[in-house]
Design a protein around this ligand. Structure first.
Ligand SMILES: [Zn+2]
Length: 56
C-alpha cells in the first residue's frame, strides 16, 4: 500500500477533501483555504507527511 492509498482510506482525509471540493465548486474561497489548511495539518499530524500545495 502506498501513501496515497493510505490517505484515501482515512475518513478524516476523505471528509476534509470533500469539504474542500464542495467549497471550491461553490466558489467559497475562504472556506476552501480553510479546509486546505486543516487537511495539511491533519496529514502532518496523523500521517507524518507534508502535502505539497497544489499548483494552479
Ligand atoms: Zn488522514
Amino acid at each position: 500500500m502506498d501513501d496515497d492509498e493510505r490517505l484515501r482510506g482515512c475518513a478524516v482525509c476523505v471528509q476534509i477533501t470533500q469539504q474542500m471540493e464542495r467549497a471550491a465548486r461553490e466558489c467559497h474561497r475562504s472556506e476552501e483555504t480553510d479546509a486546505r489548511v486543516k487537511l495539511r495539518r491533519h496529514v502532518r499530524e496523523a500521517h507524518g507527511r507534508e502535502l505539497p500545495w497544489p499548483v494552479w
